[in-house]
Write a protein that binds this ligand. Structure first.
Ligand code: ATP
Length: 225
């Protein structure tokens, strides 16, 4: 569904990585680790066509992102749910409307979809916070709202950039469990995290690949779990 084929990425003279290959197939689960600044967020942005590679190819559902026009890219992106590191909420909207935003923007919000938004908020444990503003949420609540918003268009692929960054251990495990549940439903998941103990916590319970981005290379990050 998403394929990186010998991808290189540089910002000006700063080459972040080269020769990076990766295939996110249905039902696959990948952890992406690596030091701060190695390029994990950049790699995720390449995976949904937010950036174009400076070398190699990124293919979304078969088509190289460099060849996709605006409409085709928007169409492909609707199949990819992104959980951003910083949430990226609109502060003047309620949590519920933030989650519904992809439906509002694409003109799909009706009574049935509104009820799906509420179901999703229930699934991530935020029913009682649906009328709050994003700035009133705790770190863990924000991350769960970001996950709900990423899921509202029923994507085939979920890209999560440090979703457990600012939350305590219990909440990290809870978020990871939500992602694993989605993965069991057949969705491809890529989860970037610094937290190796989180990866170890699911050892033996899930088939996942651990990738490490460091020294400008994307490689295996230790034993797969
Ligand atoms: N738009 C940009 N223009 C120029 N340099 C950038 C841009 N975006 C990121 N960088 C640089 O690229 C490098 C990699 O950034 P990136 O955010 O991808 O790393 P990361 O591995 O996700 O880091 P962290 O774990 O701290 O979030 C950093 O040195 C960053 O300053």
């Amino acid at each position: 569904m998403i394929e990186l084929d010998r991808v290189a990425m540089r910002y000006g003279d700063n080459e972040l990585f080269y020769d990076a290959s990766l295939s996110l197939t249905p039902g696959s689960f990948h952890f992406l680790t690596g030091p701060s600044g190695a390029g994990k967020t950049t790699l995720i942005r390449l995976c949904y066509g937010d950036l174009l590679p400076t070398g190699g190819n990124v293919r979304l559902f078969g088509d190289p992102t460099v060849t996709l026009g605006r409409d085709a890219l928007a169409h492909a992106r609707r199949r990819i749910g992104v959980v951003h590191q910083d949430g990226q909420f609109l502060d003047h909207l309620s949590v519920e409307d933030n989650v519904a935003l992809p439906l509002i923007v694409s003109g799909q919000l009706n009574a049935a979809r509104r009820s799906e938004v509420r179901d999703l908020l229930g699934w991530v444990g935020l029913s009682s916070r649906r009328n709050a503003r994003p700035q009133e949420l705790s770190g863990g609540e924000k991350q769960r709202a970001a996950l709900a918003r990423a899921l509202i268009l029923s994507p085939d692929v979920i890209l999560a950039d440090e979703p457990t960054g600012n939350v305590d251990w219990e909440m990290s495990v809870r978020l990871l469990k939500l992602l694993l549940e989605l993965n069991r439903l057949g969705k491809a998941v890529l989860l970037a995290t610094h937290d190796l103990s989180l990866i170890r916590s699911v050892r033996g319970t899930v088939q996942a690949r651990v990738l490490r981005l460091s020294d400008r290379r994307l490689g295996a990050g230790g034993a797969d779990i």
